[in-house]
Structures are given as structure tokens and as C-alpha cells.
Design a protein around this ligand. Sequence first.
Ligand code: DDQ
Ligand code: CA
Length: 264
Amino acid sequence: MFYKKYINKLTALLILGMFCVQTQVSAETEVRLIEIYPSDSEAFTQGFELSPDTKNLILATGLYGKSSIGLLDLETGEYSIKANLSEEYFGEGITIVDDFIWQLTWKEGKAFKRDLASFEIVDEQSYQGEGWGIAYDAEADVIWMSDGTSVLQQRNPQDFTKMAELEVTYNGQPVVNLNELEFANDLIYANIWYSDKIIAINPSNGEIEYVYDFGELLQRVDNEIADELVDQKDVLNGIAHIEGNQFYITGKLYPYVLEVELNR
Ligand code: DDQ
Ligand code: CA
């Protein structure tokens, strides 16, 4: 029958197509668990950073009336709040620049600049749109900021003025909901809201170079810990670079922090 050869051609095309997609997305990555630490399951984590002297793990939380910034002790899982935001602000990402911290707010269009040692507000700047994640590239001396769209904003780390925009894409398609950020290894690492994946973005063209899938690991850890706090946890959100390919990872209302290696 005449259509059979078309079916064969179609099948061949389909297989070829599948192969192309496969080869495009198959950059091999590995998430390797090093250690599990306790955390505060009441912390609605929105920002996560290791201080430059690696002595303090700084955490910032969200929700109206509950937004704060403070230190997380990995030995005990205790989160000690150093400053609270007033209740009209929903706290978002944080990043350290020299001896200060920028802290974003969700829909309030305000970035607070805090002293790294005292956490006191020393300046505040306004921006258009929402604030989600933020990360500092010390080498290029620029800030990267996410706002829930697929476009990252590059900002001046001193006065917060907007310098440029970068559309983030995967195989040419824009990727939205970029959340907590971290700059390391010449890449912008990002959580994606309501995803168990962390992506690594090339800052020169916005292309996602690596995808780290935490789904299986989180399932394994949750099964192991198996208490009700694990069931109450929200979305993966919190990337703090240690050194090389080592990171601390956590999420909103997570009772734990994972130390992992993100290998390519
Ligand atoms: N954002 O962080 C992704 C930008 C916004 C998160 C908003 C989550 C609202 C949750 C409200 C829960 C009330 C218990
Ligand atoms: Ca971070």
C-alpha cells in the first residue's frame, strides 16, 4: 500500500527527531550528596549565602509579617534572626557585595542594603517590577537579579541601577520563574519556582548549560528522614556556593540543608 512508505519515512523522521532532542539536552550532570544538615523548617527560605570568610551561612525569609534575615547554624539547625522586615514587606533573595548585603522584596519594589556585620539597613533603592532572586558576580562586579520572568537584570552592585537584561533560554525557548540565584564557576545557578531542578546559565548569552535534577535525591532523603516536617516542606529554593562544585542547597520550609557536589 502506497502510504506504507510514508509511514516508514515519518517513523524515520520521528526517530531522528527524538535523537536530535536527546543529543541536545543530554549534557551529563550529576548531583552527589555529601552531607545532610538540620535546618529550621519554619524558615520560608528566599535567600541563601555563605559569607566570604565561610564562617556564616546567611539566610533570609519571606511571607508578610514573617520576613527576616539571620544566621543558620548547620550543627544545630538553629536559625537566629538578626533583623526583621516590617510587615508590609515580603522578603526575597539576598546577596553579599563586599561588606554589605542586598535584600530584595517581592512586590514592594524595594531593595535594602544592609551592613554585613550588624545587618542594619544602610541604604535602600527602588526598582520596577517584582524581586525574586539575586546574586553577585565579584569578578565582573555586577549583580544579577530575577523577577519571575525569563529575563535576568544586570545591576550596579553599589547603587542598584539597571545596566542590562539577559533572556534565559533552554534549547532556544525562554525559561520563566527563575528564583533564588547564585553566581559561581562563571555561571549563574538558579532555582526554578516549583521545580526540583537547578539550572546553570551562561551569563554571556543566557543559555542554560547544565540542568541538575534533585528529584530522585530529595525523594531518597525524604524517605530516609520520614517525619511530618518533611511532608510540610515547600519548593526547593536556596543555593549557597561553598567552593569549586560544592554547594549548600535548601528550600522553603525545608527541615534540612544538603551539601552537594554539582558535577558536569
Ligand atoms: N516568590 O518567592 C516565588 C517570588 C513568591 C512566593 C510566594 C509564595 C506565597 C505563599 C503564601 C503562603 C501562605 C502561607
Ligand atoms: Ca544564593
